[in-house]
Write a protein that binds this ligand. Structure first.
Ligand code: FAD
Length: 282
């Protein structure tokens, strides 16, 4: 459980971070909260020769609302976001990540770049149709949630890019819910569901977005359920019927806790509950 030896740098600007990454070569790695990377190093599944710590870089922490969008710095910790109702599903999901100790260290940027489909924030970003800003040595680019998660633990973030900011639309006027099913309190999700619902002037569902945690090698949208609910009344009968389609197009991995079939069952049940909770919040 002791990681291999590594060098450590804690630069004080983004430019210095880029320089350290360049000088460190392909074995250099960024360090945020260390709650995914350090366990991998202890298990010797990762052996970076240099860790470049982002904690001293100014301007990477905090959440601000600007022109209908939340701009959240990559180094913002889960604890800074948990339970904040103005942040909608981000506040709800961060409150359910592990225990307070993990939430005090883990960051939104680290969670998204790590790209674990069992993590809670990737499904929220996908449902919210958010974006991330990636600062590379030569250029900065914006990547949409739908293009960020490529495969299991694989994202579109290049080795020399720093995720600096996460943008999530302001969901004022929508109902939202994030629910996860766990074997024990504070566990990783066997299945998690992020639901966002908007009611139209006629009382029916004007728009709906659903993100699924741990139902494939990347976070997924429950598109069939979304299509079935749009334009329908937001009552228990229509929500229940739409939620029956939540597992369509998913390929959940079997693990020690659940078979793929059981996860599909959980996806249907948790989607129904999350949609009901989001609708009741309207
Ligand atoms: C016991 C335990 C239980 C947990 N349970 C849950 C859970 O229930 N739900 C959940 O969602 N998560 C859970 N986590 C994971 C936790 O949320 C982590 O904090 C998170 O996955 C990674 O964030 P981090 O800031 O620690 O990143 P780090 O571990 O520091 O980094 C992770 C990866 O991202 C890269 N990286 C980090 N920041 C950036 C950046 N700004 N730009 C580019 N690359 C970057 C690193 O190089 C590394 O490859 C758990 C962790 C532990 C230890």
């Amino acid at each position: 459980m002791i990681p291999p030896e590594f060098d450590y740098a804690a630069p004080e600007s983004l430019e210095e971070v880029q320089r350290a990454l360049r000088d460190g070569g392909e074995d250099a790695k960024l360090l945020a909260g260390g709650h995914s990377l350090v366990p991998l190093m202890k298990l010797r599944l990762a052996a970076p020769s240099l860790l470049v710590d982002l904690r001293r870089v100014p301007g990477l922490r905090g959440a601000e609302r600007e022109d209908g969008t939340w701009r959240i710095g990559a180094m913002t910790r889960h604890a800074d976001l948990q339970g904040r109702s103005e942040l909608g599903p981000v506040g709800q999901a961060t409150a359910l990540i592990a225990d307070q100790q993990v939430r005090n260290r883990g960051t939104i940027g680290g969670s998204l770049v790590h790209g674990d489909p069992a993590s809670d924030l990737p499904a929220v970003l996908v449902a919210a149709e958010g974006t991330v800003t990636l600062a590379g040595a030569g250029a900065t680019r914006e990547v949409a949630a739908g293009d960020l998660f490529e495969d299991y633990l694989t994202t579109a973030v290049a080795a020399d890019e720093v995720l600096t900011e996460v943008r999530i639309p302001d969901f004022s006027g929508w109902g939202s819910s994030y629910l996860k099913f766990t074997r024990r309190a504070e566990d990783w999700a066997m299945v998690g569901v992020c639901a966002l619902v908007k009611r139209g002037a006629d009382g029916a569902c004007e728009d709906v977005r659903i993100g699924l945690t741990n139902m494939g090698s990347t976070p997924l949208r429950a598109s069939a359920t979304e299509a079935a609910l749009r334009g329908q009344p937001l009552d228990a009968e229509h929500i229940g019927a739409a939620a029956e389609r939540a597992a369509e197009g998913t390929e959940p991995p079997g693990d020690l806790n659940a078979t793929p079939d059981y996860k599909r069952h959980l996806a249907r049940v948790m989607t129904r509950r999350a949609l009901l909770e989001a609708s009741e919040a309207l």
